[in-house]
Design a protein around this ligand. Structure first.
Ligand code: KG4
Ligand code: ZN
Length: 341
């Protein structure tokens, strides 16, 4: 079965062709540079770009997989959560594509798809569901930060999430205070490489709380006050690198400590992570070190699949289509505020 999947929930337009867990192609058109000028995603611009790019991206995905549109057996798209009008572009186009060809269509929960992206690996990429293990999954990006227990394939339970800013938002907003461009996460990652993380001590919000929730707005505020009191530091390249490293380790420490604690408490043997912030090299390194220490298997989404992509949508859609309760949904509406069950 050949499945064509679409993703358009935020600022990436993506299409992928999947067959039997193999990712035959995955094309992502990112709008990051477009939104950079405005310091964040501008919904109206995102929608315009999705409309412009969806068809070429889908054609490119079909061409890269070496298949024609007529060969597609099933279609999937992100149904939510996300920016309403952005979701609408991908969902309605995908439903129309499926309807005119009388092929099954399935709408997918964006966060649920993130849970399975760490299982996609290798070259060519394949979803290794045969290697699946119950796990605790960290989803961490510009829009979301959550911990989820994945008890078995397609069965999960949200443990906790951020009560204010997402971790990526914290990278981006503290970076903005430091005068860095948007998105600041990758810039902080790079500057921190040669900085001393021990130089400045920033708070690790909720790190010792007996829950699986996160809060990052206090950390951002403490960076704001710190820079108000030490403005000259922004002109000192060494201090800037140390500042980046110190902020980064505060965020990473909270994410890693709470993820490992949840995994230990729940008795799972596997930890996974996905979302744009999972590109962060110190996060990857620290998760690996702490997982090795506690004997957990670690599966990190490949950096190319950390940010939003249709491959993860398609991989989950294939599994869902195979379920007996699957119902065709040509006219299902977007669910912009869809909470992960
Ligand atoms: O998955 P993504 O595209 O999702 C959302 O837009 O929600 O993730 C983008 C986020 C941004 O906040 C960006 O700063 C952050 O991921 N990010 C990073 C790194 N690469 C991307 N944060 C820290 N270090 C990185 N290397
Ligand atoms: Zn996402």
């Amino acid at each position: 079965m050949l499945l064509l999947a679409f993703e358009s929930s935020c600022d990436e337009t993506s299409a992928a062709v999947i067959r039997g867990g193999w990712v035959l192609s995955s094309v992502v058109s990112s709008q990051t540079n477009l939104h950079a000028e405005y310091g964040g995603v501008v919904p109206e611009l995102a929608v315009r770009e999705h409309i412009r790019n969806l068809q070429p991206v889908a054609s490119a995905a079909l061409a890269a997989a070496g298949v024609s549109a007529d060969a597609i057996d099933a279609v999937a798209a992100t149904q939510g959560p996300g920016l309403p009008a952005a979701l609408m572009v991908g969902l309605k186009a995908a439903q129309a594509f499926a309807f005119v060809r009388r092929k099954p269509f399935i709408g997918i929960h964006h966060h649920e798809a993130h849970l399975y992206s760490p299982w996609i690996s290798g070259q060519p990429p394949r979803a290794a569901f045969d290697e699946f293990q119950p796990n605790v999954s960290l989803i961490v990006s510009g829009g979301h930060t959550m911990l989820v227990q994945v008890e078995s394939e397609l069965k999960h339970r949200v443990l906790g999430g951020t009560i204010d800013d997402a971790a990526g938002e914290c990278f981006d907003k503290t970076g903005k205070l430091m005068g860095l461009a948007y998105p600041a996460g990758p810039i902080i990652d790079r500057l921190a490489e040669q900085g001393s993380a021990a130089r400045y001590d920033f708070p690790r919000p909720l790190i010792n709380e007996a829950n699986d929730d996160f809060s990052f707005s206090g950390l951002k505020t403490s960076v704001r006050y710190f820079l108000r009191d030490n403005p000259a530091l922004l002109d000192d390249p060494v201090a800037m690198r140390d500042l980046c490293a110190s902020v980064q380790i505060a965020i990473v420490d909270v994410l890693v400590t709470k993820t490992i604690r949840a995994a230990k408490r729940l008795g799972v043997r596997c930890v996974t992570a996905s979302g744009g912030v999972t590109c962060n090299r110190v996060l990857r390194r620290e998760l690996l070190a702490r997982c090795q220490k506690h004997g957990f298997q670690l599966r990190l989404a490949d950096p190319s699949l950390c940010t939003d992509n249709a491959a993860m949508i398609g991989v989950l859609a294939e599994r869902r289509l195979a379920q007996p309760e699957f119902a065709n949904d040509y006219d299902g509406e977007i669910q912009a505020g869809w909470a992960l069950a």
